[in-house]
Ligand binder design. Sequence first.
Ligand code: ADP
Length: 852
Amino acid sequence: MSSVSPIQIPSRLPLLLTHEGVLLPGSTMRTSVDSARNLQLVRSRLLKGTSLQSTILGVIPNTPDPASDAQDLPPLHRIGTAALAVQVVGSNWPKPHYTLLITGLCRFQIIQVVKEKPYPVAEVEQLDRLEEFPNTCKTREELGELSEQFYKYAVQLVEMLDMSVPAVAKLRRLLDSLPREALPDILTSIIRTSNKEKLQILDAVSLEERFKMTIPLLVRQIEGLKLLQKTRKHKQDDDKRVIAIRPMRRITHVSGALADEDEDEDNDDIVMLEKKIRTSSMPEQAHKVCVKEIKRLKKMPQSMPEYALTRNYLELMVELPWNKSTTDRLDIRAARVLLDNDHYAMEKLKKRVLEYLAVRQLKNNLKGPILCFVGPPGVGKTSVGRSVAKTLGREFHRIALGGVCDQSDIRGHRRTYVGSMPGRIINGLKTVGVNNPVFLLDEVDKLGKSLQGDPAAALLEVLDPEQNHNFTDHYLNVAFDLSQVLFIATANTTATIPPALLDRMEIIQVPGYTQEEKIEIAHRHLIPKQLEQHGLTPQQIQIPQVTTLDIITRYTREAGVRSLDRKLGAICRAVAVKVAEGQHREARLDRPDAAEGEGCKEHILEDGKSNPVSDTTDLALPPEMPILIDFHALKDILGPPMYEMEVSEHLSQPGVAIGLAWTPLGGEIMFVEASRMDGEGQLTLTGQLGNVMKESAHLAISWLRSNAKKYHLTNASGSFDLLENTDIHLHFPAGAVTKDGPSAGVTIATCLASLFSGRLVRSDVAMTGEITLRGLVLPVGGIKDKALAAHRAGLKRVIIPQRNEKDLEEIPANVRQDLSFITASCLDEVLNAAFDGGFTVKARPGLLNSKL
Ligand code: ADP
């Protein structure tokens, strides 16, 4: 005790008024300074002062309202702590503010406030003088006991803490090295105490009182810690017990001992899984992987995320049809009958499919090409694929590839990823449960590409017969033999299929249907199917062929039959309502009293309000069966016709011609419009044209300009220089659709010839063909689809390039009958065919005269 050097504080102290926290001697505290008085004190004493003495402050706790600066000094707590300002940190923005680090030295008591502004200064009396502790024997003894007791508790408390923490170890050392009298203040500020309790300790000037007050605080803290440790221990024990139980259960399983009744279901599953792996017929390599994985699984705690992953993996492995297959039923004659029964028309496709099946029958292990059906939507590509599966007696699975742009969709994710799963091929195999299904890869032309790799490249491996006997899905990570799977692909166009993929496949074009074919398909297949789906019979509904033709021409414009099918569905729905209503009414008419009863009920329910509409309908007779769908019924059900044949209307003035275009959705007729106006010889093109089409327009204009004299073509002012003082505007309607391709060349030339000659193009003629600068007509593709489009539109004459004559064979006979095809090798022939009376050079009267 005597070793402590006495602290002598100045008799006058500047007062720092705090309202948060209580600083006790021997402890350190951070306090924020934001009231005007305190700010002044910091500025003039701490920031400007240089002596050690100027850094000693009197800290007065518990100031009621330090913010009320403008008013007089608030009532001050009588006892404070003299403190040393160790650090000042501050900023002036957004408003002046300091934080002080202060260390308590000793208690003091205010005797008198000598100055109030700008900060209070008081005359003080120092209270703690350690060397002046009472020396009387009694008090020393008592104090000794108290301090001993206090010390014991303090040691007990500190030893309950974690000694490996450096601060705790230091505190333990301090307990021995510091004078006992200083300990109550220090420990009070360390342990969990309220401000009020700290204030009481500050006010306890006599040491005895201070010891007495702090001992209960220490005891409280010790009890709290004991409770905490007890609960923690419980938890640890529980954990240990759970871990101890698990291996024991496992041992009982392995040794084949009788399982407990409350045995974990999961463990049962694992045993089952292990059994399945043992009995499964998977290849050697896959089996090895499974055995390894199940060993790992057994050692894994179930709470581990990898547990579920591994289990799912193993379940997939045992479920996969490694060796399970169906036996092919290959009978070509039966196959032909089945294909014919399921599909009308599409002779070329059916022929090729039969050839394919025949080769399969002769040579069992076929490493042949992959068939790819290319054609507009709704022409039956998918349903032929399904029929192939049916004829072979194989399972069928459709894999939609439209929009797939991640290669892991095909090949699976590696198992390291969270949420990883196998690709669509392996998933498909799991679904069908055999290793030789028919997989229909639908919409291969709509595969996307992204940063996640190219799915088309992944498909290459799947489709290549040389590679696919050991296709490795990233998820499985073992090879699966896909050589027994029969792949059939479908696409709308070959243009967007990656060349490497296209190379692996044999393309079979499936063109659109003619009107007659559609009528047949509707009556043979679609209508019976729709009737069945809607629970109707032919005795209830009758759709004559003319109505079907009306639906085809006026309500749909498509190459396939999907829209037609939908419209027939709509008709069946409407008829189903009528039939159901009729049955209801018949029932009522049969039981007039029952109907009356019901009527009464309705009356009561409706609270006396009469319902004339329901009354009249109740009286109406049921519709006559079968309900005949004529044009009026069609209008009622489907609304007014969507498409009208208005071709002739469009051609009522010069400068319009009809072209034929090919789109992935089938053939289309396309109007080309031209107009001229005063200008500087500029050509404007609208209708979202591609570069090839723009070039065709320039070619046509150049050819016409160079042949203007020959055909007597003039501009508005009669000059043979067609572009002199003239601007031309060419427009291709349906401006929102991008168009490109060379086949509009002849149409543009005809349209402009009409514009400059002032003659009308025949309203029943459509044309297609690429042109050259010399006026030659070059062949183009899609003749069949284009001819069908012209036929659909009710046109009569179609001008095609001469070199496309061979394609006419593909066109169904009835279409060829209805249309007259004119082949042209140069533009002269095109123009001659497009205008009534030809477009030949006019004989000049003057010349004739001279000859005469
Ligand atoms: P795609 O795959 O070419 O888009 P779908 O195979 O889905 O077309 O065919 C659409 C619907 O049209 C199916 O209900 C199908 O049965 C029917 N269909 C198409 N073509 C024919 C046809 N030639 N004979 C019978 N039904 C057909």
